[in-house]
Ligand binder design. Structure first.
Ligand code: BGC
Length: 742
């Protein structure tokens, strides 16, 4: 805009120019101390306003409070800020609302198994309404770290291993939390986290170092964040982790160059809890003063919990190490978020404006989300669905069958187990008097080593026509800092399965888990496996609906299930390599002859003692009907650099039941400036098909969809040949090919 236009134009009363003007006006009135005060996020008193916090707010030393959900206290916090601080700037009130508030939805990894952005958006919308009715105006979600290591407990909070799926569902969460209008009642600011690369923590151990080449960072870890920025996410949280030697919380490449300069993000960047102080613990700085300098200059606007900014930023400015312009930019990002939230106009919360917490429609949505998140991994001899008409009795076994708390999963600070309905309750409600339900825990917890409950469990099995086992992991075994080095079933659960298998009864395993488990030994012993994740408040009825065929399962894995822990990392979108393992070259350790010569065993890429394939691939999930794909084709036959191409296939429901299938589009770029993955997800659609119905599914691809970061770490579109598949999982073989031409 030229200067003359500036003076000629009438003063704006809305829009971004008006907003920037309001920010500038406010900044001009602020002292340096008040500016630094805006950068502080401090813990609340939890249901009351402690004297020291009231005073700090009155002095303008607090920009945000974390973890207050008592609405009267939040209103008092806001009143203190608005009426008793010099400039009356309202507070951001932050809370981890990760997969629901009082109404708990499936863990994010479970929601991702729905492959349903609309469902994920609705879950976030409901969570936002419930949280907002308590005065919360900022959540630390979505967590969109690409997670390819199921040892890492935080995989539960993630949307899985794939950049495209994570980007689609993460953006849906942003839309759900923020609504169409961030300033409307019931909308809260979202926060995409953890920027960036946290999911690559070495050995799946939380807070560990990550080493991610820039190309890999840009091609795999960053796309979901860019999608969140494009969806208008209000804030970004930095990761605890060290990224290639420069901790993410002080990493200028990602925070400044990529996030601000390349993507144009103008919202708020917050540190993780204490992560600025931890820069010194990493050995990256000599102490808090340098940590404050490094984080602030890299672009972290607000400090969560630790107080290095409060203690050191002013002196860094006075000493000339930091400029006031830089401070103003940081504060502007914070104020912009507060303006966008409408907090200056409406700082107080009136819960009567919003639906009740755990309203019946919220619980119904949680139930529906749980149904769509269930993945049928195996169903030999069609033991499922069970029939309440033909069964006389069912044994419901396991420590997770009737635990209203454990089914909620990790990160449920405000989850209320009084709203939970367990699987045992739901099965009893479903079958009524028609079927006798025998219940036994078998083991006290999933980690128990004691066998004293086995006899009861076996007796229950012997008295029943079918055995349904609710095994897996309690909530405490996944989530932040809850990592495992061995992801087999913990405790004595495998031995319990052996004892139950010895009865010869049909066995159904319902896994309740925060991560993929390594089940190679277990799966052959059972007839059916349903992965229910931690399914949330209404997980029980959802499971009962699927077990008894009221609903046909439609979930698909958002993450690979390894056979054994030692295969990790194992993910579908791997590189091809120069000597890939194949069915022809694979040799099992048991088949190697004694004194075999060195070159007799193939020399290709596999482990002798397991296999090169996973137990269940990304995208896998069965239904009570079956789907077949054929006739994958492209139109036009070539994709011009300025054009689009349509990829289609016929999908047929080949069974006599209606069902929903998730059709998945994958591509492979055969030759690249850098080597390209063997398959990459580029699209998906949930398709409902009546029994025997045949339908065309179509996807559109553009050259942009096929672009990637090459050797120079810039985005390129490379002409050449592509393979393209449409199918029901990442191991689909139904493909076509086309050339991308100049
Ligand atoms: C976690 C974040 C979370 C924050 C606030 C940290 O320990 O890493 O994901 O949002 O705490 O509770």
């Amino acid at each position: 805009m030229t200067e003359s236009m500036d003076t000629e134009q009438a003063e704006p009363t809305s829009g971004s120019a008006f907003l920037e003007e309001r920010i500038r006006t406010l900044l001009q009135q602020m002292t340096l101390e008040e500016k630094i005060g805006q950068m502080a996020q401090v813990p609340s008193g939890g249901g009351h306003l402690p004297h020291h916090l009231r005073e700090a707010i009155q002095r303008g030393q607090v920009g945000s409070v974390i973890n207050e959900v008592d609405v009267a206290t939040v209103n008092e916090l806001q009143r203190t800020a608005v009426e008793e601080s010099r400039l009356g700037i309202p507070l951001l009130v932050g809370r981890d609302v990760i997969h629901g508030f009082a109404t708990v939805f499936p863990i994010p990894l479970g929601q991702a198994a729905s492959w349903n952005p609309r469902l994920v958006e609705l879950g976030a919308r409901i969570a936002a309404h419930e949280a907002a009715s308590r005065g919360v105006n900022w959540t630390f979600a979505p967590m969109i770290d690409i997670s390819r290591d199921p040892r890492w407990g935080r995989i539960a909070e993630s949307l899985g291993e794939d950049p495209f799926l994570t980007g689609s569902l993460g953006s849906a969460m942003v839309r759900g939390f923020q609504g169409e209008d961030l300033s409307a009642p019931g909308s809260i600011a979202a926060c995409a986290k953890h920027f960036a690369g946290y999911g690559a923590s070495e050995s799946g151990k939380d807070y560990n170092t990550t080493n991610i080449p820039e190309g890999e960072l840009r091609n795999v870890y960053l796309p979901p964040f860019q999608a969140a920025v494009d969806a208008g996410v209000a804030s970004i949280m930095t990761s605890f982790s060290d990224l290639n030697g420069v901790p993410a919380t002080a990493n200028t490449l990602i925070l400044q160059q990529i996030l601000r300069d390349e993507w144009g993000f103008d919202g708020l960047v917050v540190s993780d809890w204490d992560s600025i102080h931890q820069l010194a613990v990493h050995g990256f700085t000599a102490g808090d003063r340098d940590s404050a300098f490094e984080a602030a200059t890299a672009g972290v606007d607000m400090e969560m919990a630790s107080q290095t900014y409060a203690h050191h930023l002013a002196s860094l400015v006075h000493d000339g190490r930091m400029t006031i312009e830089h401070i103003d930019t940081m504060v502007s990002n914070i104020l912009r978020t507060k303006f966008r939230l409408g907090l200056f106009d409406t700082p107080y919360t009136d819960p009567s404006m919003l639906p009740d917490i755990a309203a019946p429609e919220h619980l119904a949505a949680a139930r529906h989300a749980a149904v769509e998140s269930l993945v049928l991994l195996k169903n030999d001899v069609r033991v499922l669905p069970l029939s309440a008409e033909s069964l006389a009795s069912v044994a419901v076994i396991g420590p997770l069958a009737d635990d209203p708390q454990e089914q909620l999963g990790t990160w449920i600070f405000d989850g209320d187990a009084r709203h939970s309905v367990t699987a045992l309750q739901a099965i009893r409600d479903m079958v009524g008097d028609r079927v006798t339900v025998h219940h036994a825990r078998g083991v006290d917890t999933t980690r128990s080593h004691d066998r004293s409950g086995f006899d009861d469990a076996v007796r229950a099995a012997e008295q029943s026509d079918v055995v349904v086992m609710f095994l897996g992991e309690e909530a405490i075994l996944s989530g932040e800092a809850h990592c495992r080095a061995d992801i087999a079933l913990p405790g004595n659960q495998e031995a319990l399965i052996d004892a139950l298998a010895a009865t010869g009864k049909p066995l159904v395993l319902v896994l309740m888990t925060g991560r993929p488990l390594a089940l190679e030994r277990v799966v052959p012993k059972v007839h059916a496996v349903v992965c229910a994740w931690h399914p949330g408040s209404l997980g029980g009825p959802a499971i009962a609906d699927v077990l008894f065929g009221v609903e046909s399962p439609s979930g698909k894995l958002p993450v690979t299930f390894p056979r054994v822990t030692g295969q990790i990392p194992i993910y579908y979108s791997h590189k091809h390599g120069g000597k890939p393992g194949t069915p022809e070259t694979f040799v099992h350790i048991d088949d190697i002859q004694a004194r075999a010569p060195q070159l007799s065993v193939g020399n290709t890429s596999f482990h002798f003692d397991v296999h090169y394939s996973p137990l269940y691939p990304f995208g896998h999930g069965l239904s009570y009907t079956t789907f077949e794909y054929d006739s994958v084709r492209v139109d036009p036959p070539e994709l011009a650099v300025s054009g689009t191409i349509t990829v289609s296939a016929e999908v047929t429901n080949t069974g006599d039941r209606d069902g929903t299938e998730v059709a998945q589009l994958y591509v492979r770029d055969l030759v690249g400036n850098v080597t390209r993955p063997v398959k990459e997800l580029k699209g998906f659609q949930r398709v409902f098909l009546a029994a025997y119905e045949r339908r065309t599914v179509s996807f559109t691809l553009t050259p942009e969809d096929l672009s990637f970061f090459g050797r120079a770490n810039t985005r390129i579109v490379e002409p050449g040949r592509f393979h393209v598949w449409i199918g029901g999982s990442s191991d689909t073989q139904t493909r076509a090919e086309f050339d991308l031409t100049d």
